[in-house]
Design a protein around this ligand. Structure first.
Ligand code: G3P
Length: 217
């Protein structure tokens, strides 16, 4: 399972990339606003930190406008992945860009039928928003399972990128279902490393080691 971080904070990205476990980055207009930096400049910097796909989202709502913005974004770096919303114009844009060999992430997916359309449009990634799905009383994980079944039924190459991940259980369930990628905020990724028994175990071993009076090296 690939791990992407969902942020435009380059300090956080640099720190997580140093673990060697980060496969890509996703951004969206809200995350760019939060970072308070120039969009193109920050995307260029992120692309230099992480060699994997870096999603940068168009904001135009019409096909021609999306194509114009995508043209600018894809010139920023080879690893830019153009993010488009799951609308008719978004999927038209996805089809045109993917036919041209450009990586496309189709975002704001809330149904398995929408995911089916994105796969038919040649998307590299489909981003179902599990947290926002849960927020309104639906089962985000059932959505992931349904998309997995449909994509496997037809051997679609589109990768399921679980987005709007809010906690480690979303990551666990996504991995059990066989989602290809998950993108989570830095805090959720850090939480995956932690377990109180790991910390307790380290403290116990260190206390006993100190009693031996030995050193390694
Ligand atoms: O990248 C989009 C997505 O991950 C949004 O998450 O927590 O705002 O629903 P959230």
């Amino acid at each position: 399972m690939k791990f992407f971080v969902d942020t435009a904070d380059t300090a956080e990205i640099t720190e997580l990339a140093a673990t060697g476990l980060l496969d890509g980055v996703t951004t969206n207009p809200s995350l760019i606003q939060k970072a308070g930096r120039d969009f193109i400049e920050v995307v260029r910097e992120i692309c230099g930190i992480v060699p994997g796909p870096v999603s940068a989202e168009v904001v135009a709502l019409d096909h021609d406008g999306m194509m114009r913005e995508a043209e600018i974004l894809r010139k920023v770096a080879d690893n830019v992945c153009i993010k488009v919303p799951l609308t008719i114009d978004g999927l038209k844009t996805c089809k045109a860009l993917s036919s041209d060999g450009t990586m496309v992430n189709v975002t704001l997916c809330f149904s398995a039928n929408q995911a089916l359309l994105a796969a038919k449009a040649g998307a590299s990634f489909i981003s179902p928003f599990v947290g926002r799905h849960d927020d309104v009383g639906f089962d985000g994980m059932q959505l992931i399972a349904d998309i997995r079944t449909i994509y496997d039924n037809y051997d679609f190459g589109t990768e399921i990128l679980v987005a709007s991940v809010r906690h480690p259980v979303h990551v666990l369930e996504s991995a059990k279902i066989g989602a290809d990628v998950m993108t989570a905020p830095p805090a959720v990724i850090r939480a995956l490393f932690n377990h109180p028994l790991t910390e307790k175990g380290i403290q116990g071993f260190l206390a006993d080691w100190a009693k031996t009076g030995q050193k390694i090296g």
